[in-house]
Design a protein around this ligand. Structure first.
Ligand code: ADP
Length: 501
C-alpha cells in the first residue's frame, strides 16, 4: 500500500496538473482583483473630492447671497458648508494624502479657518458701510483660494483614477498573456508526461502486432502504464501458448493420417516377412543353405524397411525445437506420399517430379507437416478422381523485379531458393472463399473432415522458414499452392546447420 502510494501514476500527474492550473488561475485572478479594489477606493475618493468641490462652490454661493441680501439664513448655510468642508478634510486626511501634498492640505484647512473668521468679521460689521468693502474683499480672496484648491484636488483625483485605470488595463493584459503562456507550458508538460508515454505504447503495440517486437516495454514507471504493459504481455504469452496448442492439435490430426499410412505401409514388409518365415519353416529340411540365406536376407531387409517406416513416424511425432538443416526434398516427398497413400482414392493420381539434388534449408519434420497438409487438401479437393502433381525447382532470385514476379508478389526472399508447387486439377477455390483460406478454423469441409487449421499452420511453418506462400486457382485450372523456401546452399551463409533460429 505504502509502495503503491509512492509509485508515480498518470492519475496523480493529472490531479497535480489540475491543482497547478487551478492555483495559477486563482493567483492570476488575485492580481487584477486587488488592483480593482484599489481602483474602487480611488473612484470613491474621487466622488467625495467632487463633493468637496461642490461644497466649496456652495460656500461661495451663500457668501454671494449674503453679501447681496444680508439674510442670516444665507450666512448660516455658508457656515454649515464650511463646517462640512472642514469635516471632510479631517475625516479623509489619509486618503487625500495620495492626491495632495500635506502642505496644501494644511493650507486648505487654514484657509477654511481664515475664511470662517473673515465671514464672521463681515457679519459682525455688516451694518457699517465704510469697512464693509474691505471685509468683503478679504472673504472673497479666501473663498477663491478655497475653491481653487478644491478644484485642483478634484482634477488631481481624476488624473489618479485615469492612471489607475490604465494600470489596471495593463495588469489585465499581462495576466491574460501570462496565463496563456503558463497554460501552454502546462499542456506541453502534460503532453510530454502523459500523452508521450501513451503514444510510445501505441507504437510499441503496433510493432508487436507487426511482429517486429516480442514483448512490450513500459515507457514510464507510471502505475497505469506498467499494469497495462503487464496485462498486454500476459495476453501475448497466453496467445503464444494457445497457438502452440493449436499447432499441437493440428499435428495430432496429421499424425492420424500418417498412422493410417504407416499401418498400411507396414503391411507389406510384415506380409513379406511372414511369407519368408513360412517358406523357411516348411522347407527348412529340404532347402539348401543358399536358399535359406536368401530367405533370411529377405526377412532382414523387410525388417529394416519396417524399422524405417516406424522411425519416420517417430521422427514426425518427436517433439522438438526448430532445427534448420539441409532437407533433400525428393525423399521427403516420397515418404510423405507413402503416408497419405491410404487416403488417396483409386482414381486419383499423385505424382512428384523432384530432382535428387533439390534441397532446402529447414526443419524436415515441420516441412513434412506443411506439405502433408497441402497434399491432403489437394487430394480432398478432387471429386474421387483427378491428378495431383508436385514439382520443385531451384532458382536464383535477385532484384526487386525477380522478387515480385507472380505469384510471389511482395515476397522478400532473395538469393538461392527452391520453388515448390502442389497442383491439383480440382474445382478451384471460389472467389469469396479465397481471402479466408489462411484464417484459423476456416473450413468448407464437413464436420470431422476438416478443422480449418491446415493452411493456417502451413503458412506459419513457411513463415518460420523465412519462406513465402502463394496460391493460384480458378475453375477449370484447379488449384496450385506455391511455396518458396531458401535453398540448402544458404545454410552456410546464414545459421549453422542444426542450430535453432
Ligand atoms: P481444412 O482442410 O481443415 O478445411 P485448411 O486450412 O487446410 O483447413 O483449408 C481451408 C479451406 O481452404 C478448405 O476448407 C478448402 O475450402 C480450401 N482449400 C484448401 N486447399 C484447397 C484446394 N487444393 N482446392 C480447393 N480448396 C482448397
Amino acid at each position: 500500500m505504502f509502495l503503491a502510494d509512492r509509485q508515480p501514476s498518470l492519475s496523480r500527474k493529472i490531479t497535480l496538473g489540475y491543482y497547478a492550473i487551478a492555483l495559477l488561475i486563482v493567483g492570476a485572478a488575485a492580481l487584477p482583483f486587488f488592483e480593482l479594489l484599489s481602483l474602487e477606493t480611488k473612484v470613491s475618493l474621487g466622488e467625495r473630492t467632487s463633493e468637496l468641490l461642490e461644497t466649496t462652490l456652495e460656500i461661495r454661493r451663500f457668501e454671494r447671497n449674503y453679501f447681496l441680501h444680508r439674510q442670516p439664513a444665507d450666512y448660516d448655510e455658508n457656515r454649515r458648508h464650511v463646517a462640512l468642508a472642514r469635516a471632510f478634510l479631517d475625516n479623509n486626511r489619509t486618503d487625500l494624502a495620495a492626491i495632495e501634498s500635506p502642505a496644501t492640505l494644511s493650507r486648505f484647512r487654514e484657509l477654511l479657518d481664515v475664511y470662517e473668521r473673515n465671514m464672521a468679521g463681515y457679519a459682525a460689521i455688516a451694518t457699517r458701510a465704510g469697512r464693509l468693502a474691505l471685509a468683503e474683499t478679504r472673504v472673497r480672496s479666501a473663498g477663491k483660494d478655497i475653491v481653487a484648491i478644491a478644484a485642483e484636488m478634484a482634477t488631481a483625483e481624476k488624473t489618479v483614477v485615469r492612471t489607475s485605470l490604465a494600470a489596471f488595463r495593463e495588469v489585465l493584459v499581462a495576466v491574460i498573456a501570462g496565463l496563456a503562456v503558463l497554460i501552454l507550458i502546462m499542456s506541453r508538460a502534460i503532453s510530454r508526461r502523459i500523452v508521450g508515454p501513451l503514444k510510445t505504447m501505441e507504437n510499441s503495440v503496433e510493432a508487436v502486432s507487426g511482429g517486429k517486437m516480442g514483448l512490450l516495454q513500459a515507457p514510464t514507471a507510471d502505475r497505469e502504464i506498467v499494469s497495462i504493459t503487464e496485462a498486454f504481455n500476459h495476453m501475448l504469452r497466453e496467445l503464444e501458448l494457445r497457438q502452440k496448442h493449436l499447432v499441437r492439435s493440428e499435428k495430432l490430426a496429421s499424425m492420424g493420417t500418417m498412422l493410417s499410412g504407416v499401418a498400411h505401409e507396414l503391411n507389406n514388409p510384415l506380409s513379406n516377412i511372414s511369407t519368408s518365415c513360412q517358406i523357411l519353416l516348411e522347407e527348412w529340411e529340404t532347402a539348401d543353405a543358399a536358399t535359406r540365406n536368401t530367405l533370411l536376407a529377405q526377412i532382414d531387409e523387410q525388417c529394416e524397411r519396417a524399422r524405417n517406416i516406424v522411425r519416420s513416424l517417430l521422427d514426425f511425432a518427436r517433439p522438438g525445437s526448430f532445427r534448420r538443416e539441409r532437407v533433400p526434398l525428393r525423399p521427403l516427398f516420397a515418404q510423405t506420399l507413402r503416408f497419405v497413400r491410404g487416403e488417396v482414392p483409386a482414381r486419383v493420381e499423385v505424382s512428384f517430379a523432384v530432382a535428387d539434388d533439390i534441397a532446402v534449408a529447414g526443419d524436415a519434420q515441420r516441412l513434412q507437416q506443411a506439405f502433408l497438409n497441402l497434399i491432403k487438401n489437394a487430394v480432398q479437393a478432387l471429386p474421387g478422381e483427378g491428378r495431383v502433381v508436385i514439382t520443385a525447382v531451384a532458382a536464383r532470385i535477385s532484384g526487386e523485379a525477380a522478387r515480385n514476379r507472380p505469384p510471389f508478389e511482395g515476397c522478400h526472399v532473395e538469393g538461392d531458393v527452391v520453388d515448390v508447387r502442389i497442383a491439383d486439377n480440382g474445382p478451384g477455390i471460389a472467389a469469396d472463399v479465397l481471402p479466408r483460406i489462411f484464417d484459423p478454423f476456416f473450413t468448407t469441409k464437413d464436420v470431422g473432415r476438416g478443422m480449418g487449421l491446415g493452411l493456417f499452420i502451413t503458412h506459419e511453418i513457411i513463415e518460420e522458414h523465412d519462406g513465402c506462400m502463394a496460391v493460384t486457382t480458378g475453375a477449370g485450372i484447379g488449384t496450385t499452392f506455391h511455396v518458396r523456401l531458401p535453398a540448402a546452399s544458404t545454410l552456410a551463409q546464414a545459421v549453422p546447420t542444426g542450430q535453432p533460429r
